[in-house]
Design a protein around this ligand. Sequence first.
Ligand code: SAH
Length: 457
Amino acid sequence: MEKNEEFNLTIEDMGKDGAGIGRKNDFVWFVKDAVVGDVITAKVMKVQKNYGFARLMKIITPSKYRTEAKCPVAKQCGGCQLQMMDYHAQLRVKENEVRNALIRIGGIPEEELNMKPILGMEEPWRYRNKAQYPIGTDRDGRVIAGFYAARSHRIVECDDCLLGVKENQKILNLIIGFMEDYHIRPYDELTHKGLVRHVLIRKGFKTGELMVCLVVNGKALPHSEELVRQLLLIPGMTSISLSVNTRTDNVIMGTEIINLYGDGGITDYIGEIKYRISPLSFFQVNPVQTEKLYGTALSYANLKGKETVWDLYCGIGTISLFLAQKAGKVCGVEIIPDAIRDAKENAALNGIENADFFVGKAEEVLPEKYEKENISADVIVVDPPRKGCDQAVLDTMLKMKPKTIVYVSCNPSTLARDVKILTEGGYRLRKVRCCDMFPMSMHVETVAALVKNDTGS
Ligand code: SAH
């Protein structure tokens, strides 16, 4: 087919980036904004060898899964991909993606795949505890907050993202009003002039504590005492700070933090465990679902109280500390030194003494400790980044022969690839459950329990 040619298409599936997928004469088309079940008229945009991209021109018969996007800027903003799809249909799409990957890539026979129903949200809105709003100006020079449009740095004005907390809007309006009153200019990416670049807001869902951090192109904010006075009128305000960022690239946060009020952090809980969160620290953004995800990982670990557990790719130790409550000893491994510092601090904060943390690459630390120190594990938990586990990690786990491997994954394809290696190495995929950490996006998290074949469980 030629560029700009129009044709009718039935959408049969959703792609990883949220585009609808349809097939015509063995050719696959990706159509942005189309929903599985739609019958549409599409226009050819770009053609590759076996697939092409087309634009949605007209919906002939809307899918029964189609719904009105709630957010007025859903189309322009790069944040959400699935707002025009009913939430229950979103959950089905995600679960199917994982099921198909485990069958096709993982080689798991369909009848043996024991998938528990996906853990969705009762209320799939306002779930994020963290927001980062770029600050800029509109065509008339008015100060605005918003989001970058997809694949660009143009700010789409929006001070109330429906995935974020209600307080965000109040805080942003107050900061914008303050900037206008005192003629404080937003940073301009082209000229590198102006002061305020971003506003970071975090909220402790269990404690109600609020953190505001202004990322500034300088070392101070004029009249900051007035801004602090105004922000403190918002209930829950606990920490107000500046992050100094005079760089000219795309990195959002500067590493130097200047506290204007409070000691720089807020506190929140996941389950019974307390965490200190600073402007720079990593913390899961959907605390309600994190509790469900890690609760599932804990139950899949099937701990009785005496086990030795290794938690690879442990981040700030969220899973490690969760498991330490029920295990004999937990050892976490993580590549980022600051995350390990946070993990140790959080262990101390909770009086947890049976957790140890090591900085380094999982694919180096684990084999080295196994060869030199002859470490062992009853349970190994992995929560790798999108590329999955390194082969050396998989090989060492197979040598260590833990009774159970709990695999927490943010990428169904690499989960399935690694599950294949582990099942070929003597493990059986016993349970799988997906958890929806990011409603309205295509992301899906999965917990899988693999048990050693000869353990009989
Ligand atoms: N379970 C963690 C989050 C895991 S996200 C939590 O709840 O906090 C994946 C983590 O793997 C990130 O923290 C990342 O820094 C880390 N990581 C990436 N590559 C790694 C590697 N090769 N070895 C160890 N950790 C790695």
